[in-house]
Ligand binder design. Structure first.
Ligand code: ACO
Length: 336
């Protein structure tokens, strides 16, 4: 496997350096739920096929006129509320998205304006399904460097706008949704917060998972195209590798992991990642059945699921990992 990794390794850095702590999480799914049976009315598929191959039972689609920023804004407000913070506290907003409202400006800028946040910077990150991990790494590094103190990291997508509803091999896999976390600089001596992030990409695999459009190619948004079996294999090996790299980098082992939160693309990918790492099923968060693959939004959606059910206890070690188009992949380790 090619690709280069970069761990910030600040777990062993000077004690005075700030660490990013997760102080709030939130998510939002559009009201309109679309079942597998609903899709079977427009494409040649069945509930049984979709559940057996993917674990997906339903997805949510944004209403006409409901944009990625609308979803992201709702998730952001919920994360801020969970953190007991107002928008004025925010001095960095990063939105991970492949489906921005417009080609420019960034969807993050729109969310910043609508939140009424006036300090710091706001920008988007494009790493497809790995986007949330990439955005989390950017925010964490900026906090560690003192360039921000309170960051909103959002994953938000409206994939229903880039699906080809004549291609049954892709249109059943994705949904719309958003999730957000609030990160805050903390100087606590205790080992809490983000420990490290590892990011990778391999651009030689660009055409195995892509959208056949864009401003510079066709001028139209285009549709998702995918070599499903290659993506499946690469997703398993790359997510396993990135979690192993993160654990090795920090002198930890799989036995130290309390929760594994993999990108929610497909329940078979998730269980193969868990099995390869030898993480027991009960430590793996699985939410794909409820919202399908929402790309950059799946990890904060799954984090919110765990947070709302009070699964995470102080001191728990949580491993996040994702893989997406590019190819891109990566991991983040955090202490709750
Ligand atoms: N309903 C019914 N039949 C279908 C459907 C469908 N929705 N889609 C494909 N089929 C058919 C195919 O046409 C094929 O029929 P044939 O045997 O008559 O030719 C048959 O099912 C088997 O097709 P395969 O592509 O071999 O099926 P596979 O077992 O590989 O499952 C799937 C396909 C689910 C897409 C799988 O490859 C996969 O999960 N890949 C990962 C893709 C993914 O998750 N991508 C998301 C983006 S990347 C990421 O997030 C990590």
């Amino acid at each position: 496997m090619t690709g280069s990794g970069s761990g910030n390794g600040n777990g062993r850095a000077a004690a005075c350096a700030p660490r990013s702590q997760v102080v709030g999480v939130g998510s939002y799914l559009p009201e309109k739920a679309v079942t597998n049976d609903d899709l079977a009315e427009i494409v040649d598929t069945s509930h049984e096929w979709i559940v057996k191959r993917t674990g997906i039972e339903k997805r949510h689609f944004a209403a006409d006129g409901e944009l990625t920023s609308d979803l992201g804004l709702k998730a952001a407000k919920r994360a801020l509320s969970a953190a007991h913070l107002d928008a004025e506290a925010i001095d960095l907003i990063i939105v991970a998205t492949t489906t921005p409202d417009n080609t420019f400006p960034a969807t993050a800028a729109r969310i910043q304006g609508r939140l009424g946040a006036t300090r710091g910077s706001a920008f988007d990150v494009q790493a497809v399904c790995s986007g949330f991990i990439f955005a989390l790494a950017m925010a964490d590094n900026m906090i560690r460097l003192g360039q921000a103190t309170t960051a909103l990291v959002v994953g938000a997508e409206t994939y229903s706008r880039i699906l080809d509803f004549e291609d049954r091999s892709t249109c059943v896999l994705f949904g719309d949704g958003a999730g957000a976390v609030v990160l805050q600089a903390c100087h606590d001596e205790k080992d809490r917060g983000l420990i490290s992030t590892h990011l990778y990409s391999d651009g030689t695999r660009y055409d195995q998972l892509y959208v056949d459009g864009g401003p510079s190619s066709t001028g139209a948004a285009g549709h998702v195209r995918m070599n499903g079996q290659d993506v499946f294999r690469f997703a398993v090996t790359s997510m396993v590798q990135s979690v192993r790299d993160a654990l090795d980098h920090n002198g930890l082992t799989v036995d130290d992991v309390d929760w594994l939160i993999p990108h929610q693309a497909n329940s078979r990918i998730i269980s193969k990642v868990g099995q390869s790492l030898t993480v027991p099923d009960e430590k793996v968060i699985v939410t794909v059945q409820d919202h399908a693959n929402t790309s950059a939004a799946t990890i904060p959606l799954a984090m919110t699921h765990g947070f709302e059910r009070q699964l995470f206890k102080p001191g728990d070690l949580i491993a996040l990992t994702a893989m997406g188009g590019g190819f891109t992949w990566g991991s983040a380790l955090l202490r709750w």
